[in-house]
Design a protein around this ligand. Structure first.
Ligand SMILES: NC(=O)c1ccc[n+]([C@@H]2O[C@H](COP(=O)([O-])OP(=O)(O)OC[C@H]3O[C@@H](n4cnc5c(N)ncnc54)[C@H](OP(=O)(O)O)[C@@H]3O)[C@@H](O)[C@H]2O)c1
Length: 390
C-alpha cells in the first residue's frame, strides 16, 4: 500500500482558462501553476497538502474520507445543507471548513473558491452534477464522481469491466419493482458522463462502489452477520455453496479515493472487493473469525424456500436471478492495479460490531433492528425450524 503521496504523478490536466482575472489564485493551489492562454495547460501539483472539497461528507463515506485525508495533511471543505450530522469522527469536523447550501438550488457558497479536487459524494441527480461541474470547472483541478456498480444494471454478464456498456435510459416497459434500480443506475451512469464531459476525461475520476459496509452505515443490511456471529448458535447460511459475494469496506474505498487524488490517477474504476473471489460460505467463515462463539451454520440452499420466507437479501448475499447474475462478479483488476487495497474481512466485521455497540448508534435503532417482527432476527428460529422439518 502506498502511504505517501507521489508528487511526480500529481499531474492534473486542466482545460483552458480564459483569463486569470476571473480566478483569484491562492498560494499552494494547483491553479497557481496554470497559464492564461486558451490552450490545454498541464498543471502539476506541488508537493504539500491538497485542498479537497467534498460535496457531502457527513454521512457514511464522507467521514472516512475526511479522517484519512486529514491524517495525511490535506485540507478539507464540505458542502451540505447542514442537516446530516456525522455520527463518527465528529471530533475532526472542527478542522473542516463547512460550507452550507443546497445542490438543488443554492451553490453560492462554492463560488469564487479554489480546490485541487472535488469529491462528489452526494450526487443524487444528473442536474446536480452538471451544475457543480459547470460551476467548479475553472475553480477545481479534478472531479471525482462517486457512482455505483448499479450503472451496469441489469447485471446480465459476469466479470464486468469498466468499459462495459452502462444503463443510460430507463426502459419503457418495466417489471414491477424494477424502476428504482433503473432510476438509480441511469442517474449514476449519466452523472458520470456529464462530469467527464464538463471536466474532461483527463480531469475526472469515476468510482463505482459495490455494497459498502463498515462503521457509520445508515442501512442495517449487513448487520445480521456481526450480530449473529458474535452471539453464536444456529445461523442461517443462505444460498448455494458457490454463490459469489462482493462488497467493500467503506474505509478501503474512502482511503483509496484520497490516494487516487494524491497520485492524479484519473479514469473509471470499480470499487469492489474482496481481493480474491469469495463464495457465501467463505464469507461467513471469514466473518466468524472475528469472534470466538460456537456456531452452527444452517445451510439453506433452496432459493424458492428463501424467497418464500422473505430472505431474498442479507448483504452481501442476494438471491441470484437473471438480472443479478453478474452483480457479485464485477472485475476489480484495474482498481487493484491502481492502488485499491483491502482490510481483512474479520477486521471489518469486528469494527462494525464495536461501532454498533458504541455511542454512534442509538439504542432505539438497535432495538428496532433486533425486535422488529418482520426482521430476520425475530424470524430466523422459525425459518430454521421449518427448514429442518422439511
Ligand atoms: N452505500 C453503498 O453501499 C453505496 C454503494 C454504491 C454507491 N454509493 C454512493 O456512495 C455515495 C456516498 O454516500 P454517503 O451518504 O455515504 O456520502 P456522505 O458524503 O457521507 O453523505 C451524503 C451527504 O450529502 C449531503 N446532501 C444530501 N442532500 C444534499 C443537498 N440537497 N445539497 C447538499 N448536500 C446534500 C448530506 O448532508 P445534508 O443532509 O446535511 O445536506 C450528506 O453530507 C452516494 O453517492 C451513493 O450513491 C453508495
Amino acid at each position: 500500500m502506498k502511504n505517501t503521496p507521489n508528487p511526480s504523478r500529481r499531474k492534473f490536466i486542466r482545460t483552458a482558462l480564459q483569463t486569470s482575472a476571473v480566478l483569484p489564485l491562492t498560494g499552494g493551489s494547483i491553479l497557481a501553476a496554470c497559464n492564461t492562454t486558451t490552450q490545454l495547460a498541464p498543471i502539476v501539483k506541488k508537493e504539500g497538502p491538497l485542498k479537497i472539497l467534498i460535496l457531502g461528507g457527513t454521512s457514511f463515506l464522507g467521514p472516512h474520507q475526511i479522517a484519512y485525508a486529514l491524517k495525511r495533511g490535506h485540507q478539507i471543505t464540505t458542502f451540505t445543507r447542514g442537516k446530516t450530522k456525522p455520527t463518527i469522527h465528529k471530533e475532526l469536523f472542527d478542522q473542516v471548513e463547512q460550507l452550507t447550501g443546497d445542490r438543488e438550488n443554492n451553490l453560492l457558497a462554492l463560488k469564487g473558491k479554489q480546490w485541487d479536487a472535488v469529491i462528489d459524494n452526494s450526487g443524487r441527480k444528473v442536474s446536480w452534477t452538471k451544475a457543480t461541474a459547470d460551476l467548479l470547472k475553472d475553480q477545481v483541478g479534478l472531479y471525482v464522481y462517486v457512482s455505483s456498480v448499479s450503472a451496469y444494471y441489469p447485471y446480465y454478464t459476469v466479470n464486468v469491466k469498466e468499459d462495459a456498456p452502462l444503463v443510460m435510459e430507463v426502459p419503457a416497459q418495466l417489471d414491477e419493482g424494477e424502476k428504482p434500480m433503473y432510476d438509480y443506475g441511469v442517474m449514476k451512469a449519466n452523472s458520470e458522463a456529464i462530469a467527464r464531459k464538463i471536466f474532461g476525461e483527463d480531469r475526472t475520476i469515476a468510482i463505482r462502489p459495490h455494497f459498502m459496509t463498515g462503521p457509520a452505515d445508515r442501512t442495517d443490511r449487513f448487520m445480521y452477520w456481526p450480530l449473529r456471529l458474535a452471539k453464536g448458535g444456529d445461523i442461517i447460511l443462505p444460498g448455494k455453496a458457490n454463490d459469489p459475494v462482493q462488497f467493500i469496506d467503506v474505509r478501503d474505498i474512502a482511503e483509496w479515493m484520497i490516494r487516487l487524488i494524491e497520485n492524479g490517477t484519473t479514469g473509471t474504476y470499480n470499487g469492489a472487493g474482496p481481493a480474491s473471489p469469495m463464495t457465501m460460505p467463505a464469507y461467513v467463515y471469514g466473518a466468524h473469525a472475528a469472534f470466538g462463539s460456537k456456531v452452527n451454520f444452517v445451510s439453506i440452499d433452496d432459493y424458492d424456500f428463501l424467497e418464500k420466507n422473505q430472505v431474498p437479501f442479507i448483504a452481501p448475499w442476494i438471491l441470484p436471478g437473471e438480472k443479478f447474475k453478474g452483480m457479485s462478479r464485477v472485475n476489480i483488476d484495474k482498481s487493484v492495479a491502481n492502488g485499491l487495497t483491502y482490510r481483512p474481512l474479520a477486521t471489518t466485521i469486528k469494527d462494525v460490531y464495536d461501532w454498533w455497540h458504541s455511542d454512534a448508534v442509538t439504542q432505539e435503532r438497535r432495538d428496532k433492528l433486533m425486535n422488529g417482527e418482520q426482521g430476520l432476527f425475530q424470524r430466523e428460529a422459525m425459518i430454521i425450524k421449518e427448514w429442518n422439518g422439511r
